[in-house]
Design a binder for this molecule. Structure first.
Ligand SMILES: N[C@@H](CCC(=O)N[C@@H](CS)C(=O)NCC(=O)O)C(=O)O
Length: 204
């Protein structure tokens, strides 16, 4: 059985939704990130980065990073765009989400990663929020005239959904992003998404 280590409201929500969508029995392991459970000696042995998500495979092997976990789960549960260019585009979007959108948000929540000078935190947070908001607008444009990020529902959608919830958390004017908001409503209508939102106690 697969084991998923996740933190409520974290980027691991994407894998959490995928596991719920899959219908496969799995072991969800909730981590209290505020308490630092991700930095316990035992957890660091599995993921030296001290981050979620972490997927533990049936043979005990750990797999870290959204960029690897989501394609792996997508292929396992046929939630992955298979055709040549569709797959390349999926990887392109996952790369953008992980390295640009998530990274911009990290400047808001974790300014200490980017400077040793606490007096610089406000400027880093402010610019991070601006960049994050700019990326959310780009995502809104990508969704124009589309139901899902790919031609069909896939692992890209739960990942894209996470950043909407973060926009709400940071009190950005998300309702102005019409395509993204309609996408969020479609996601919320999926029973697996509703279960995860309830479990992680996320209002969106
Ligand atoms: N590059 C990693 C980033 C994972 C990541 O930053 N996870 C955050 C939650 S969204 C985390 O575990 N934070 C805990 C910490 O930084 O201590 C990925 O995409 O999987």
């Amino acid at each position: 059985m697969l084991t998923l280590y996740y933190g409520p409201g974290a980027c691991s929500m994407a894998s959490h939704i995928v596991m719920e969508e899959s219908g496969e029995k799995y072991e969800p392991r909730r981590m209290d990130l505020a308490k630092g459970e991700q930095r316990s000696e035992e957890y660091l042995k599995m993921n030296p980065q001290g981050r979620v998500p972490l997927l533990q495979l049936e043979n005990g092997e750990p797999l870290a990073e959204n960029t690897a976990i989501l394609p792996y789960l997508g292929k396992r549960f046929t939630l992955w765009p298979q055709a040549g260019l569709a797959e390349a585009k999926a990887l392109s979007l996952i790369g953008f989400f992980a390295s640009s959108v998530h990274a911009a948000h990290a400047h808001v929540g974790r300014p200490e990663r980017y400077t040793a000078d606490p007096s610089a935190y406000p400027g880093i947070k402010e610019q991070g929020l601006k960049t994050f908001h700019m990326h959310l607008k780009q995502i809104d444009d990508m969704l124009a005239g589309r139901e899902w990020f790919g031609n069909e529902y896939s692992v890209l959608d739960p990942y894209g959904f996470v950043f909407y919830t973060w926009g709400v958390r940071r009190e950005l004017p998300m309702n102005e992003l019409k395509n993204y908001t309609a996408f969020k409503d479609r996601m919320k209508n999926r029973p697996a998404v509703a279960r995860v939102l309830e479990d992680e106690k996320i209002k969106v």
